[in-house]
Ligand binder design. Structure first.
Ligand code: HEM
Length: 245
């Protein structure tokens, strides 16, 4: 499980899945937003260099199909993995996530002496995950409605088309903002991990980070009480701080 102080956190499947989402999402944002803001110089430059508006629309739609397959696979494998008890439902939001959020606000205000004690995913990661997953499902459905308006209006009222357009185009901005501001901040610019959290590319993180950020999961992996992990980690930190001072 651990090698040279590294703990395996993500499987090869999760690493590959993240690459697929990173690439397809970037292409969808570039080809989608350049259609939405078509009068900007940057959009015109992009559309021209991608071969014209017809190509941009084609690239957007066929990348959308890959995105749809990846999103469906993510949801279906998740449901099967949890139903057959191969995976823990570690992304499910529970009561502790809300109390952890309150605990951390108190910690940042100096009213608690240690941050919230998290399991595999902390409350921030869970809230971000569900925001992006629900947003992606909305993008897939509204995108398909815009792509096949005639087939869709055989079963649903015509108003669904302008509604899908409003949803798709505004949700695009929201999901882009969540990824660009929240996710990129947390995985690149956050002071704890700057210049880059490489975990999702290498599949491993240091034992020290596990003890700090996911002590409950580390305790489970090493079959030790959480208190032992936490007190050992705090002792190391005290030792390092006294050396610096
Ligand atoms: C999460 C990623 C996505 C983003 C950020 C995104 C963004 C956008 C944006 C900004 C537009 C322009 C809307 C306007 O003109 O105001 C657009 C149009 C469109 N999108 Fe998406 N989209 C995404 C995913 C998808 C998916 C998954 C599909 C299909 C399955 C899709 C299909 C379409 C279609 C058909 C249009 C209409 C433009 C055309 O006629 O080609 N999109 N998208």
């Amino acid at each position: 499980m651990s090698d040279n102080n590294k703990i395996r956190r993500f499987s090869a499947f999760r690493i590959a899945e993240h690459w697929v989402f990173m690439i397809t999402f970037s292409i969808l944002v570039i080809t989608g937003l350049s259609q939405k803001f078509y009068s900007l110089d940057l959009s015109m430059w992009l559309i021209f260099h991608l071969g014209g508006i017809d190509y941009v629309r084609l690239i957007h739609r066929y990348t959308g199909i890959i995105f749809l397959i990846a999103t469906s696979m993510h949801v279906i494998t998740g449901i099967i993995g949890i139903a057959f008890r191969r995976w823990q439902p570690s992304m499910v939001i529970n009561k502790k996530d809300f109390s952890d959020a309150v605990h951390n606000i108190k910690y940042y205000l100096g009213m608690e002496d240690h941050p919230a004690i998290c399991d595999r995913y902390g409350y921030r990661q869970k809230f971000e995950y569900w925001g992006v997953l629900i947003g992606s499902i909305i993008m897939v459905f509204s995108g398909l409605i815009l792509w096949f308006p005639v087939s869709v209006t055989r079963f649903l009222p015509g108003e669904i088309i302008p509604a899908a357009k409003v949803l798709h185009t505004n949700q695009a901005l929201l999901i882009f903002a969540v990824i660009a501001l929240w996710h990129i901040y947390n995985s690149i610019f956050s002071p704890e991990i700057f210049p880059l959290d490489k975990g999702i590319f290498t599949g491993t993180i240091s034992r020290e980070r596990m003890a700090l950020e996911h002590p409950v999961e580390l305790a489970r992996i090493e079959n030790k009480p959480v208190e032992e992990i936490l007190s050992a980690h705090r002792e190391t930190e005290r030792h390092e701080n006294s050396e610096v001072n």
